[in-house]
Design a protein around this ligand. Structure first.
Ligand SMILES: [Zn+2]
Length: 324
């Protein structure tokens, strides 16, 4: 087989190839053109687990997030909580790329976290939450001044919350902490009043009873000033130890009739006279409130009553300085 190539056919083939090349080039330019018009290089932005859109310039976008979202101008904002942002480079439809939309979505998903200061007293049952450290310090100073008698142990703790504290709840909590400290102050004052030379009189000697003769009074029945307090009540009423102690005397003693004397330490003694019966023995240890005897009218007495005395180092003092 012979193959003949003449000049005409060469010319024809070359022309055809050039034409095909031209068409291909134009097609590629058109395709690339379409791609460039419709698509653009961008970053798919994912917040946490959710893809929220596309941005063209990652660095600019990150600066926007920093300036518009993470740096909150609002008062008392400690920081802005935001899920992790990740990026993926890709070509996307131009119309999908919108930095503003993505910023909006990031904003919607960000949370202001506020610093809140907890002021708590002793047992941490009483707390006030305030919005600034200055306010917390001021509150601590005020409470320490108002209640220095009970030396409240006040502490400031910083907390991070999604909401600032409302003025209403602050005044409510302040009122509550004041009431609680008022009660503690009152309790301390009561306790101080009922403390004789360091011994706390936790109990009254009688439940009920009427004062019929005060300390220091002079009456025809005796030839000296009254050394105690007389409390009239019905026969057999229980008489209670006013404080912890030990029994020093338990028996008949002259004008006192049946007498119990308790020793409480620090030179403090209490006397319970005219008893109808005695429940304790010398040396018995008693607790405040324990029944030690019963009311009667033994000894130098004209009716059922308790003669109650407090002595410090042997000298009687006015019981009404401490109780009743
Ligand atoms: Zn008396």
């Amino acid at each position: 087989m012979t193959f003949i190539l003449n000049e005409d056919s060469i010319d024809y083939n070359l022309k055809t190839m050039v034409n095909i090349f031209k068409v291909m080039t134009i097609s590629i330019i058109i395709i690339v053109g379409i791609i460039l018009i419709k698509f653009k290089p961008a970053y798919a932005v994912t917040l946490g687990e959710t893809q929220i859109g596309y941005v063209g310039n990652k660095t600019e976008f990150e600066q926007e997030v920093d300036n518009k979202i993470l740096k909150s101008e609002e008062e008392n904002v400690a920081f802005v909580a935001l899920d992790n942002i990740s990026y993926k480079f890709q070509y996307v439809d131009r119309s999908l790329v919108s930095e503003e939309e993505v910023i909006e979505k990031v904003k919607e998903n960000s949370k202001n976290i506020y610093s809140v200061y907890e002021v708590s007293s002793n047992d941490e049952q009483d707390v006030v939450y305030v919005n600034s450290l200055d306010e917390a310090k001021e509150l601590v100073d005020n409470l320490k001044n108002s209640y220095n008698e009970i030396e409240p142990d006040l502490k400031i703790t910083t907390l991070y919350l999604e909401e600032p504290v409302s003025d209403e709840s602050i005044s409510e909590a302040k009122l509550k902490i004041s009431q609680s400290l008022d009660a503690k102050l009152e309790e301390k004052r009561q306790r101080d009043k009922r403390t004789v030379n360091g011994i706390y009189l936790a109990s009254l000697p009688l439940s009920g009873g009427t004062i019929t003769s005060r300390y220091g009074s002079r009456e025809s029945i005796r030839n000296h000033a009254h050394g105690g307090l007389d409390l009239a009540t019905s026969y057999g009423t229980p008489i209670k130890a006013v404080a912890d102690g030990t029994v020093k005397v338990a028996g008949v003693s002259g004008g006192y009739g049946n007498l119990v004397v308790l020793s409480h330490g620090n030179g403090v003694e209490t006397y319970y006279g005219h008893c109808s019966s005695i429940n304790v023995k010398v040396g018995t240890t008693v607790k405040a409130g324990d029944v030690i005897a019963k009311v009667g009218s033994t000894g130098n007495s004209t009716g059922n009553h308790l003669h109650f005395e407090i002595r410090i180092n042997g000298a009687s003092v006015n019981p009404q300085k401490y109780i009743y």
